[in-house]
Design a protein around this ligand. Structure first.
Ligand SMILES: CC(=O)SCCNC(=O)CCNC(=O)[C@H](O)C(C)(C)COP(=O)(O)OP(=O)(O)OC[C@H]1O[C@@H](n2cnc3c(N)ncnc32)[C@H](O)[C@@H]1OP(=O)(O)O
Ligand SMILES: N[C@@H](CO)C(=O)O
Length: 165
């Protein structure tokens, strides 16, 4: 894919949302640089800037090796932490105060991270934890704690999250 179509892939999905556009542009650029050994060496200072500015200052931890699908919408974003083992499909919406990550087992090992389908709309203040799968076209209510698999085409909410429609 052409460089500009890669780094601007989320632009339209964040219309009237300049922060979402800006952060995802920086993320796609970091991802692009990280994939090539030569770019990694030349633009290493950019990766330091990305980590410092986006992760530490803005508190939006979207690691550059995360598998994040196309046309992602990022609303607000602050206090967002996503484990780099997570997989997020295309056309998803992610908001603030959200964690998508793994859990630690009693033997000290860590689980896999969630696999999230396409067109998943994640409300604010959501935790999605563990080796679970969320299908396509799922809405996750604000404040939900999601620790189990959920099928496509559902609306889920609560702690622990359950299907509400
Ligand atoms: C600044 C900003 O604007 S940031 C944007 C923040 N907004 C979000 O994060 C949006 C997230 N969306 C939600 O949480 C929505 O409530 C949805 C998508 C989960 C559900 O919306 P709707 O389909 O309209 O459901 P509705 O409001 O009719 O509620 C259905 C039932 O689910 C319950 N419910 C709705 N949302 C939640 C929730 N987040 N947690 C727990 N229960 C919920 C309702 O109490 C209701 O229960 P009842 O049938 O026992 O009365
Ligand atoms: N209210 C918009 C953006 O703040 C949303 O759905 O998240």
């Amino acid at each position: 894919m052409h460089f500009f179509s890669i780094i601007f892939q989320d632009w339209q999905a964040n219309k009237n949302n300049s922060k979402g556009r800006f952060v995802l542009l920086l993320f796609r650029l970091a991802t692009y640089i990280r994939k090539s050994r030569i770019l990694f060496i030349i633009f290493f200072p950019y990766l330091i800037f990305y980590r410092f500015f986006v992760e530490w200052i803005l508190c939006i931890e979207i690691p550059w090796n995360l598998k994040l699908g196309k046309f992602t919408t990022l609303y607000h974003g602050h206090s967002l932490v996503i484990n780099d083992g997570a997989i997020i499909g295309n056309n998803c919406i992610i908001r603030h105060n959200t964690t998508i990550g793994n859990k630690q087992y009693q033997d000290g090992s860590f689980s896999a991270s969630p696999k999230i389908g396409n067109f998943v709309d994640i409300g604010s203040n959501v935790c999605i934890i563990g080796p679970i799968s969320i299908g396509d076209n799922v809405k996750i209510g604000a404040g939900s704690v999601v620790v189990k698999d959920f099928p496509s085409n559902s609306v889920i909410a609560g702690n622990p999250a359950k299907i509400i429609s």
